[in-house]
Design a binder for this molecule. Sequence first.
Ligand code: ADP
Ligand code: MG
Length: 721
Amino acid sequence: MVVGIDLGTTFSAVARINPQTGLPEIIPNSEGSKITPSIIQFAPGGLVFGSEAKDAFEVGEDNCITTFKRNMGMGKEYCTIDGKEYTAEELSALLLTHLKEDAEQVSGEKIEEAVITVPAYFYSKEREATIKSARRAGLKVRKIINEPTAAAIAYGLNHWRTNAKILVYDLGGGTCDVTLTAMKNESELNTLGTFGDHYLGGRDWDARLGDLLLKKIEAETGINPGEDRETKIIVTRLAENCKKQLSQKSPVKVPVSLPGFGQCTVEVTREEFDSLTADLIERTGILCKTVLDEVGFTWPDVTDILLVGGSTRMPQVSAYLQRISGKKPIAHVNPDEAVALGAAVQTQLKDPTYNTLAVVPKDAKKNKGPDNKLSVVSERRITQVGILTVNEVTTHAMGIIAVNEAGTEYINETIIPANYPIPVKSARAFNFYTRSNSDNELDIYVLQGDKKPLECAIPYKYVVTGIRHVKGGKTLIRIQYSYDQNAVIHVQARQEQDTKDLPIRIEPVPEDMSKYGRPIETEVFVPETLSILLAVDVSGSMSGDPLSDAQNAMCAFVDDIDISSAEIGIIAVSDRVELVYPLTDNAEKCKKAIRGITCGQTGYGNDTHPFKLIRKELGNRKGRRFAVILADGVWSNQDVAIRAAKECHKENIEIAAIGFGGADEDFLRNISSSDANALKVSQSELTKTFGSIAQSMGSGGGGNNARDRGSSGTETWEEEE
Ligand code: ADP
Ligand code: MG
């Protein structure tokens, strides 16, 4: 048997498809109740669940653990019992084990698999934690579905209307979620958008009422009950009870008995309560408005408003929603059971894995505007559950911290937008600068949300490792995010056109991320433009092999330089100096110019030097400026040449001097901008020597953040077979 489980913060429920009727039904627990409190008591005799655990919790007995669902995926311990630490994941596993065994006992059937519901706002991490908890409890997870979607499914069973748009309003104990779903065809339910507030729920109403009770107690008795812990617990409990009673009647009389304080009775009316909490209910209205805006709807586009979550029992909820929408919300789905029933329907899915993938087009924003042809077919009661296709959307946008085009700030580059149909894969290419002599790793910070990096949740840090150093130091890293059917995220990375994924290491997100909120100070990310002049000696001694070897070496050098961020010019020097080809980023033209050089084209002696011309040509260039001089003999006016070379050094033009044959080593050192750049080599080593210079020019960059390629399109890659 496969079951649907509503693993709630305060209550849980288990449901299945009845094999006789083909319809979902709740499997009551062994106490005969349709819901089981999500409370575990660690009692001396073992674990206690159900009403016994709830009673123990309510009278304040020790070791009663509840509301651990809020901490799912946090990885930290939630409580310590008898010296043993428990994480929320472990506690959920204990609860699931109980729910499973209890349902097995009641139904007499073995349960191995389940569809489990989670709040729509649950991040990938919390979903993964839920899957792990289930595994610990010996349950295979067929699918994770969102609670509001499950509620919509349950509602759809009795009220299916093709093209109806259902706004699911879920106000629970600690959270509020608003989801818009559409009933398409006979058997397709599509989530259009979802939005929620993690910190808005019944507890906030309790707190307001608690404050009011305290004021009334003081007014009644003349004594301030104070703020100690015990008073707070008692008042909060009184407030929640009073709130629930106010859902039935008004006024409500609250008998108070506080320790060491005597007894009194205070009275609260529904009007008082409603006006005290008006701003809270209005906040839920903003959530509705946000979802509607997001999908391009207005209230008239909504067919039905469906209320789920215990807090929607407060009469103010319906009244408020009716006021802002002009529609009477529907509350006849039992909010305690609807979610589990909807999950049970999804157990019918045979193959929950996906085969069609949505691809996010560039500049994707959801296709806006309602599908307005509301051809409401008469309401249909589903008599047997077939396979219902449910298409969900991403709750949060998924982005990456990248560097903007100008290299000045960190930005959130969205890879998958919010409210996009899932499953989905989307890849983006980013520039990355490699270094030749270090491990090349790229940090990926996954951002949930579409605000600035530090205004988003940053649940993961992935480190892409094993990035190859490339010529010129600039490479493309393609990063692919995928959201699977369970809204769990997966990250892959590939270098350039490779078809194999780079290894990825997962690390904790550093405590201090503040750097990503500040402008970028260093210029490491700005692609360094290189301007290079190659000056070759064409005096008589170069005639024949020396010149052709030099030409080959220079052509190989041009190939070695990443010309997309560099420009190269050619100079011939002997008795005179000539700019054979000005700085260009056209590698072919540059090589053609090199091949066209002839011995003696500027005379057969060595009367002059190229440094004045080099200064002139490189003078107005930004970025790194470089000249490589190739000589095979001794120049006539070495002192003049050295003085001119030093002028270049002063202007930060780097000079490398390669000498072979009869070249004078001291002279090479004097014209070079550093000793390391003076290279006396043999003729056969020319290509290698030029190669090492090209390499050293390429390794100047380096940076460990993806740099936005800006105009890059969106792409995905297929899974390897
Ligand atoms: P969750 O899904 O977050 O566990 P539930 O959907 O079970 O939450 O709702 C729990 C909340 O509903 C609690 O804040 C509880 O006080 C509130 N609640 C339950 N019954 C009523 C009622 N009759 N009137 C008002 N609030 C109620
Ligand atoms: Mg709930």
